[in-house]
Design a protein around this ligand. Structure first.
Ligand code: FPP
Ligand code: MG
Length: 342
């Protein structure tokens, strides 16, 4: 699914908003954040500059900066600090992707070779470390320990989420609640921080910042569920990234957990065999077929819808502005990504 194209929501509902219209209320701030991000990635060293330049090729959707800046605007105004924080949050996200592609053994991201595919694991790991350090170095310049602590906590949660995921590889006993806890840590935490820091930068108090944090965490969880559905059902050419990594690495995602829970004994035995190491392509092919002939994806998307409903409820308290409307449109946007999953 092209991220800039509005896609009819499953079930024939109204077409989902596209990202350009969602971010319209903060277009200027998005551009300022982009300039700051470029400065954070840049380096006078030719090799480091080449690596940063390459990362431009897997330029993402900038969802986290968008959520941060819209939250700031929905609360008050888009301050300079909000733009700085948007660039920092995206830098942390990019750092995590450098490491994620190493852990997943992924070769492709946004139709470009990953850093590990292009330059090897060492470069990918060190680039992730470099970006993370740069983000915190910049953050410290604002002299606000609350911000440093908030993002330090997020870094810890992302790493805990990834480590827990590694620790549960090939574990058929992984429960839905375990999976949701993982998704909240590895993806929800940074989405939550984006919404939370946005309103904090605009002067909100702790209680409202916490509500925004919960909004972002639900949004992030739903985003991860949709991403995991696409990992099983998506088409590599249109996703622009390596798919099937979850299965190859023995990582159980929500559709598979649901299949295991509901399959009849013979099917369950086959599934358990598929989840053991073996020929990756054959296993992926068969798993896709099993998922496609079951209700696993619609079940998982139902859970994502529940998360998105909770997210919307949490921000109804915001004053009625274009930025609030845009934030309320994010759930539909995230679900629309799943158009090719169902
Ligand atoms: C994407 O998951 C990856 C994450 C949400 C987090 C990855 C984090 C690490 C590897 C730890 C390093 C952390 C920091 C802060 C540097 P995915 O594989 O499901 O998504 P994908 O399909 O886009 O690869
Ligand atoms: Mg990955």
């Amino acid at each position: 699914v092209n991220e800039r194209t509005a896609v009819a929501a499953p079930g024939g509902r109204q077409a989902a908003p596209d990202l350009a219209s969602l971010t319209a209320p903060v277009r200027d701030e998005m551009e300022r954040a982009e300039t700051l991000l470029r400065a954070l990635l840049d380096s006078p060293h030719p090799f480091l500059r080449a690596v940063a330049g390459h990362m431009e090729r897997f330029r993402g959707k900038r969802l986290r900066p968008a959520i941060l800046l819209l939250s700031a605007r929905a609360w008050g105004n888009g301050s300079d600090l909000a733009c700085e924080l948007a660039a920092i949050v995206e830098t942390i996200h990019l750092a995590s992707l450098c490491h994620d592609d190493v852990l997943d053994g992924a070769e492709l991201r946004r139709a470009a070779p990953t850093l590990n595919a292009q330059w090897g694991t060492q470069t990918a790991v060190m680039t992730g470390d470099l970006l993370l350090s740069r983000a915190f170095e910049r953050l410290a310049q604002f002299g606000d320990l609350r911000l440093v602590q908030a993002l330090g906590q997020v870094g810890r949660m992302i790493c805990e989420g990834e480590l827990l995921q590694i620790g549960s590889r090939f574990n058929p006993g992984l429960r839905e609640s375990d999976y949701l806890a993982l998704a909240e840590k590895k993806t929800g935490a940074l989405f939550g921080a984006a919404a939370r820091l946005g309103v904090l930068a605009a002067g909100a108090g702790e209680a409202d910042a916490e509500r925004m944090g919960a909004f972002g965490r639900h949004l992030g969880c739903a985003f991860q569920i949709v991403d995991d559905c696409l990992d099983v059902t998506g088409v590599e050419a249109s996703a622009g990234k390596s798919l099937g990594a979850d299965l190859r690495n023995g990582e159980l995602t929500l559709p598979v957990i649901h299949l295991l829970r509901t399959a009849e004994p013979a099917r369950r035995t086959e599934l358990l065999e598929l989840l053991q190491a073996g020929h990756a392509e054959r296993r992926h092919h068969r798993l896709r077929a099993l998922v496609a002939s079951s209700d696993a994806v619609s079940y998982a998307l139902g859970v994502a819808r529940r998360e998105l409903h909770s997210a919307r409820q949490l921000i109804l308290f915001l004053p009625p502005t274009a930025a609030r409307e845009a934030l309320l449109g994010f759930p539909e946007y995230i679900l629309a990504r799943s158009g090719s999953a169902e």
